[in-house]
Design a protein around this ligand. Structure first.
Ligand code: PL4
Length: 410
């Protein structure tokens, strides 16, 4: 018989989000009358906007005609969409051929890990979106091995805490490593400033490391001083890859569409352009994003589409404000709860001093019938924190907030 892949066997426990779903399902089974509200997984809830929907529908109709039908497309994406992303979202600071269209950011993270292989060292912000660590462990990066408590030997965890403003100590950045960096951050909701990203880029260039900059939530940035892309920073073209997604700005979590930016100047140690190998990989193990999804994405980038994106992301930011206000209530203040994020990001990050995050998760589920995400699931430094997602229908978020306001933490 074939031996089990030791790298997959090396993974600690279940992936965070299925584990939350399991606990929710168990609670629902024991309490069939409970009206559970999810502020847990960052999954969009609002319908597709009209202009984007028309873009999708137009392509479906076109595909239904003899003249308009097309099969496989270019694995790297529609030329028109690549050009539009480069000009509209990046103002021309990246070239269309540096934009690679995909089926989403999570899938690109997995493929990038495959690109760099098992010998690469890995550093992550702690806490972080679990795919960076779990995906790295799966390919055996840095010989990652389970350790007691939480986390893995071999992965460099760079704590991002309230004390350091959720920006890591850059002396921890290893040499010749992949450095996963997410801004606006999931789960902390923190957004790195220009000065912070300048320091990060400088450090990565000094160390010969590559930043994988996950900007999946850039459409939620409202403060014009905050960078939306790592390529706004001088020097980033020699040390960074960016991944982004249509999931959150236009509700494509189920439709599936994303992109990566790999600059021409980014090189491997032997001088090979990373872009060359990324193109080879994408054209070999990826068959292109859905043509329908790409037309929807394209619609979102014209004037009407951008206005719809703004309104949709404003809606979720409005939810985030309601959640942050509820968590600022007297019952939480008495327990010393501190609140972060939620203003330029769709996540509110709350610290419950002296408590375990899975305990708080269970308590909020049992007493409020609200699902949230325990901070410990994002890494060791997430312990004692809870992440609240603002993706929800307004009336449900309001109801969840009313229930949270009654929680007695005592
Ligand atoms: C639940 C920082 C959510 N089953 O939709 P994609 O693949 O383009 O983007 C996924 C993604 C990429 N980067 C960051 C993200 O936060 C996400 C989505 N994260 C969350 O609640 O943290 C959805 C998670 C999903 C998953 O496992 O990704």
């Amino acid at each position: 018989m074939i031996q089990r892949n030791p790298h997959i066997a090396n993974l600690a426990s279940g992936y965070l989000f299925p584990e939350i779903s399991k606990r929710r399902a168990a609670f629902a089974k024991e309490n069939p009358g409970a009206k559970i509200i999810s502020l847990g997984i960052g999954n969009t809830t609002e319908p597709l906007t009209p202009h984007v929907q028309a873009g999708l529908a137009g392509e479906v109709s076109r595909l239904g005609t003899k003249e308009g039908y097309s099969g496989y497309g270019d694995e790297t994406g529609l030329t028109e969409l690549r050009a539009k992303i480069a000009s509209v979202l990046y103002g021309g600071i990246v070239a269309p051929e540096e934009v690679f269209i995909s089926d989403g950011a999570k899938c690109d993270i997995g493929r990038l890990q495959y690109l760099f292989g098992e010998r690469v060292a890995v550093a992550v912000q702690d806490p972080a979106y679990p795919v960076y660590v779990d995906g790295s462990v799966m390919i055996g990066a840095a010989g990652a091995a389970k350790r007691d408590g939480s986390g893995y030997e071999g992965i460099v965890y760079m704590p991002c805490t309230a004390e350091n403003g959720f920006f890591p100590d850059l002396s921890l950045v290893p040499a010749n490593a992949l450095v996963y960096f997410c801004s606006p951050n999931n789960p902390t909701g923190a957004v790195a400033t220009k000065a912070q990203l300048e320091a990060l880029v400088k450090k990565a260039n000094e160390k010969g490391s590559i930043i994988v900059f996950d900007s999946a939530y850039s459409a939620f940035i409202r403060d014009p001083a905050l960078p939306k892309s790592i390529f706004e920073i001088e020097g980033a073209r020699t040390c960074a890859i960016e991944i982004n997604s249509f999931s959150k700005p236009i509700g494509f979590t189920g439709v599936r569409l994303g992109w990566s930016i790999v600059p021409k100047e980014l090189l491997f140690a032997d001088g090979t352009p990373v872009m060359k190998d990324w193109t080879r990989l994408m054209t070999t193990i990826f068959n292109g994003a859905s043509n329908i999804a790409q037309r929807g994405g394209l619609a979102s980038l014209d004037e009407t589409g951008l206005a719809e994106t703004r309104a949709l992301t404003d809606y979720y930011l409005g939810n985030a404000k309601l959640i942050a206000d509820a968590l600022a209530g007297p019952n939480f203040a008495r327990a010393g709860v501190e609140i972060f994020g939620g203003d330029n990001a769709p996540y509110v990050w709350a610290r419950f001093p002296g408590r375990k995050s899975w305990d708080i998760f269970d308590r909020i589920l049992r007493e409020c019938h609200v699902v949230c995400t325990p901070g410990a699931g994002f890494g060791p430094a997430g312990e004692s924190f809870i992440r609240f997602s603002s993706f929800g229908h307004r009336e449900q978020v309001e109801e969840a907030c009313a229930r949270l306001a009654k929680l007695q933490l005592g």
